[in-house]
Design a protein. Structure first.
Length: 144
């Protein structure tokens, strides 16, 4: 049953463009000349994380921008037993948090280059979705 939940979660994330494997995401970013957007979330307990996904990440304007400029990675930290991650994925997310989110802020969004170097960090839920999207576009275009 646990593996079915993990597979379903991975499938849902991949359908929406979000990856869970950080190394593969960096590889894709190198191949496609894109940046990596890493989002730390608590998908089943963090209200601002849930609102960010619904209001920003699932919006057509974000999706359109992300398709052309970003490789998306979700580092999720669910609390509910039914949403537990695989041991390997939990270890990867813990390592990502150790490197990019030592203070344990949720949501935390980090824009990275294809090598994993942090270019910009946003703490919490952005107040303005349009401004957030435009800032990502500006940073991405400045690197071209």
């Amino acid at each position: 049953m646990k593996s079915i939940i993990i597979i379903a979660t991975s499938l849902l994330l991949s359908l929406t463009g979000w990856q869970t494997n950080f190394e593969k995401a960096k590889e894709s970013a190198r191949e496609q000349h894109k940046l990596v957007l890493l989002n730390f979330s608590g998908s089943d307990w963090c209200g601002p994380c849930i609102k960010m996904r619904k209001d920003i990440f699932d919006s057509p304007s974000f999706t359109k921008m992300a398709d052309s400029l970003l490789v998306l990675v979700n580092a999720d930290f669910p609390r509910s037993r039914k949403n537990q991650l695989s041991k390997e994925l939990q270890q990867q997310n813990d390592q990502l948090a150790e490197k990019y989110n030592q203070q344990g802020i949720f949501p935390l969004t980090v824009l990275l280059d294809e090598n994993g170097k942090a270019l910009k960090t946003w703490q919490g839920l952005p107040k303005d979705a349009t401004g957030f999207i435009e800032e990502i576009k500006s940073l991405a275009n400045a690197r071209k």
